[in-house]
Ligand binder design. Sequence first.
Ligand SMILES: Cc1cc2nc3c(=O)[nH]c(=O)nc-3n(C[C@H](O)[C@H](O)[C@H](O)COP(=O)(O)OP(=O)(O)OC[C@H]3O[C@@H](n4cnc5c(N)ncnc54)[C@H](O)[C@@H]3O)c2cc1C
Length: 503
Amino acid sequence: MSLKNQWNRRRFLQAAALTLGGSVLSAGCSQPTGGTESSAEQPGSKRDGGLSEEASSPDRFVKEDTQPETSTERKPAEGSLKHVLVVGAGMAGLTAAQELSKAGFPVLVIEGRDRTGGRIYTDNRFGFPAEQGAQWIEGVQGNPLTQLAQQLQFQTQPTDFEDIAFFGMTGKPSDATELQAIERGFGLLERQVASYSGTTDVSVGSLLQSVTGIPEEVRRCVALVTEDGSGADLEEMSVKAALRAKGFPGGDAILVKGYSQFIEHQAKGLDIRLNQTVKMVDTSETFVKLTTQDGTEYLGAAVILTVPLGVLKASTTTQAGIRFVPELPAAKKKAIADSGYGLLNKIYIQFKQTFWSNQQAFLTVLPPKDDDFVVFVNHAHSHQKPVLAAFVAASFARQLETMTDSQLTQAVVAKLRVVYGAKVKDDDVEKVLVTRWGQDPFALGSYSFSPVNRFQWREALAAPVGKTLHFAGEACSEYNATAHGAYSSGLVVGKAVTAALKS
Ligand SMILES: Cc1cc2nc3c(=O)[nH]c(=O)nc-3n(C[C@H](O)[C@H](O)[C@H](O)COP(=O)(O)OP(=O)(O)OC[C@H]3O[C@@H](n4cnc5c(N)ncnc54)[C@H](O)[C@@H]3O)c2cc1C
């Protein structure tokens, strides 16, 4: 079944704003430092994401003897007043660090996890690159990551988001009438958003409620699929923000050998310190001092903080996270409080063999209740492997994070039985990978969005504080919630700090 222009990953709302009349939608769409797994095979523990020889070679700045992680002994500070410190070895941090390094500044990248990449994490346990985080280059035309992929000769492959096998609530393949209703449902919501001209902001959910003439299961499907894009419940999502959202045209593409290729490239030649969770950022002097959980201190001329919005939120609302000395200014705290931070998770299940067709890229089952598994990515189609990946978002995803892998597997299998009946056997499940980005202390969620009536916080979030404290990352970008947004933000801030330090 083809829904003309209806489906592309997440960009329903962005495309509505771009094309006013074309339509789109996200086929719905990963764990702390790598998801949990319920088979005999254990996830790889330490990934250095392509840490270069140089980075892992004897330290250029630190004394030789490393302290045990729990040590509270005082150690000599690392770095120097010529260094630029970058917190976070995700796409934004590595990109900023490369800019500074190219300009000749010594750079130290401080990363809390035991791997690089952050919300980009390719997992190879199924025999193909299973993405726990970013999966698609979203909108290939004009996208800086397309250019980078071409330059580095990374193979990409378009995904056809219209290539979906639809099933009704009882599991029967959708007939022509049902397909029309689905197409109409998505089209109507998109038009409602694109034509919204009210002075006050409203939620995307309220616009969906005002759509008439579509079955309730279609309305629920439209809601759940759209939520994958922002990780937020439709009732939280701002229409004003949707109308301002930016994106690239041209459809989406996967990286044939995995998204982490970008990370491996961006990490090359950098001095990256893994397992270093920053606990304090002190900018009370003319230089910067960072203190990590094991008491290591890093000194630098400036710091670029690329920790996810979730970590900034925890830092300003709880004792967890990072302590700022002096406290962050009121405008920054307001931006952090006003922002929204969504959740998207993936549940990959590998079966002994396929009991479903490999003909279509996605399976979608109309939901009989508000929260349900609706979108499955068909890896029998894309990678010829008996693996389905269920995408779940927003409050439903938060609810599911409290369940064990085995409970989740049972729930997904029960859903698949609605369609495939006795063909789905419990002992057919071979391997499971569940992401829990919300419980991941280094992410605390998936990506940023703008809540209703609070769609103007991003600029203040991205603004530097004084001359020494800079911010970058997906949430600071107008291309938020994307890998290219993180990349662009890293590039812009890397250049800005270079210019400032040179002047
Ligand atoms: C499930 C999911 C699916 C996605 N799908 C797509 C997609 O298909 N296409 C797309 O373009 N984008 C997608 N995204 C979004 C994309 O992955 C992110 O926007 C992007 O990777 C963010 O990069 P970043 O550098 O801003 O942040 P991050 O990658 O999160 O990097 C921040 C780094 O800071 C580290 N850190 C955190 N706290 C501390 C601390 N206290 N001390 C030291 N280090 C710390 C973290 O460990 C992390 O490495 C997806 C994201 C998720 C979660």
